[in-house]
Design a protein around this ligand. Structure first.
Ligand code: FES
Length: 99
């Protein structure tokens, strides 16, 4: 079973086919900021991928443009755009330090 882990919250969820990190976070109760309805404009859903980056779908053109505009680090993704293909662990700046 594929799992998305939200660290350090201790929450996790299993994605349905082609779901995004944000979709799974909502079901798991992991609070990820968002104010554009998940269309890739607000970037409030910015997360850092701690493990399993290779298990995410490639960035959409919208995500690439936003990442370029905001100078995303290589391990940062938009949770509303990144589809889950395998196990992945993500974190945010507002969930507290990783343990
Ligand atoms: S929710 Fe707005 S960019 Fe992801």
């Amino acid at each position: 079973m594929t799992l998305v882990r939200f660290a350090p919250l201790g929450l996790e969820g299993s994605p349905l086919e082609d779901e995004t990190i944000l979709d799974v976070a909502r079901r798991a109760g992991a609070p990820i900021g968002n104010s554009c309805g998940g269309v890739g404009w607000c970037a409030r859903c910015r997360v850092r991928v701690v493990a399993g980056a290779e298990n995410l779908g490639p960035p959409s053109s919208v995500e690439r443009a936003k990442g370029s505009e905001l100078a995303f680090a290589r391990d940062e993704r938009l949770a509303c755009q990144a589809t889950v293909k395998g196990d992945v662990t993500v974190t945010t700046t507002y969930w507290g330090p990783l343990r």
